[in-house]
Design a protein around this ligand. Structure first.
Ligand code: FE2
Length: 427
């Protein structure tokens, strides 16, 4: 007896009429015309069934704190860092957990079942680290939470970062973080990357660096990160988050950089909502977009995933943790409106993220975890266009979230219409 049989799914790769058999929390079989008894039978009615969304870059400690202390009036990264520095002094574990938990509930409801969250390690008592480690454990059955030790005020610029980093990792934080463009000098930024890669290498951990989150075309820490990745043999284990300076770099230099990144196996994690809101703030007109060169990076064979980065915090006052909103923004800001390019943006919030996070047993294949989302859309492009309703969110074979389909009853004179915004389909 199966635990669940999900019938008539369309998969992100275009396969249609697929049944998914689930037993003991895993996908037992996947194909057309599966005949078997199941405790629960669900009909996807030809809708898109996708592996869950993955948020490759977030900040759970600051989320849902927008407006506390003050609003970020300039909209800049640096004013956000200033507000956060004031706020962080008075945070309690209860407050952090309550806000982060609420955000995680939003995430699960939206079908995002894995989040990589940076956590500020500046605070002497590591309050946020403790709170989020507890939350990671509490939510483990439903959400894969991966934590990055993030020295928000700089690794060298803030004196005790080394000690705090080691303590956070000892406590069980998963990934080594950094912020080289915020160190006092370019030299210190590069030096911080050497030390951080040393630490990751010694401990066998992944690395995710806030790297070159600036409009300065000469902010080139990504080349040091690529070189250090190679020197330490960390290929496939390192991500450069933001990389917004790539947007402003000289094209000739980028033609040298892309192959270096490719060789080193460094992945890029773009944050389209936040990059378009924060970058270019010192420009008059034209204003730069500040998104890493996603299209060119993919063409060069560099993995790229997307993150939400912020929801209602000192850096960004909007958002509801919807990874389809992130993909939607990337399509526009990155000029990725070609059909394959839009599918690429969908992968950046699903499978590409799973690879960056090294998630095990992710995907829609026999043997994988039975984690999936049924969307009110017929394919990934329609899902992005509509930021489609998540009809069902399934974790280890259990339905953990359900939403009514989005329909509008329209009455025009004597005629009644039902509007669902889905595109007409060929018969
Ligand atoms: Fe970030």
């Amino acid at each position: 007896m199966l635990d669940m049989l999900l019938r008539n799914a369309t998969l992100p790769d275009g396969r249609r009429g697929i049944d998914i058999a689930i037993k003991d929390g895993r996908i037992a079989e996947l194909g057309q015309g599966i005949e078997a008894e199941a405790r629960l039978s669900l009909d996807a009615e030809g809708k898109l069934v996708s592996p869950p969304f993955v948020d490759s870059h977030f900040h759970l400690d600051s989320t849902l704190s927008a407006g506390r202390k003050r609003i970020n009036e300039s909209g800049t990264l640096l004013e956000g860092i200033d507000i956060w520095a004031d706020l962080v002094k008075e945070l309690t574990p209860e407050d952090i957990k309550e806000r982060a938990r609420r955000l995680c509930h939003w995430s699960i409801a939206r079908g995002c079942l894995a989040i990589r969250s940076h956590v500020d390690i500046t605070d002497e008592s590591l309050t946020a680290v403790e709170a989020l480690l507890e939350l990671r454990q509490e939510l483990k059955p439903w959400l894969d939470l991966q934590l990055v030790a993030f020295p928000q005020n700089g690794f060298f610029r803030f004196q005790r970062s080394r000690d705090h980093m080691e303590r956070a990792l000892d406590k069980g934080v998963d990934v080594v973080g950094g912020i080289p463009h915020f160190e006092r000098t370019m030299t210190e930024g590069a030096a911080s990357l050497r030390v951080l890669c040393d630490i990751a290498s010694e401990r066998g951990l992944l690395v995710d660096i806030h790297c070159d989150e600036t409009d300065d075309p000469l902010s080139r820490h990504i080349e040091t990160l690529a070189a250090e990745t190679q020197r330490h043999g960390l290929q496939g284990r390192v991500a450069g988050s933001h990389l917004t300076s790539m947007h402003s770099m000289d094209n000739y230099y980028v033609s040298k950089l892309l192959p270096l990144m490719r060789e080193s196996g460094v992945a890029g994690v773009a944050n389209p909502l936040i990059n378009i809101a924060i970058q270019g703030r010192h420009d008059t007109y034209p204003k730069r977009r500040g998104l890493m060169r996603v299209k060119e990076m993919r063409a060069a064979g560099i993995p790229v995933a997307f993150g939400h980065d912020c929801v209602m915090d000192p850096w960004y006052g909007l958002g509801s943790h919807d990874m389809l909103e992130v993909a939607h923004m990337a399509v526009h800001v990155g000029h990725m409106t070609g059909a394959e390019e839009m599918r690429e943006c969908y992968r950046a919030v699903t499978s590409a993220g799973a690879e960056v996070l090294h998630l095990e047993s992710y995907g829609l294949e026999p043997g994988c975890n039975a984690d999936m989302v049924v969307l009110q859309a017929h394919d990934p492009i329609e899902a992005i266009r509509l930021r489609a309703t998540r009809l069902f969110v399934i974790r280890r074979g259990e339905v953990i979230a359900a939403s009514a389909p989005t329909n509008v009853n329209l009455t025009l004179g004597n005629e009644a219409h039902r509007v669902d915004f889905l595109a007409p389909r060929p018969a």
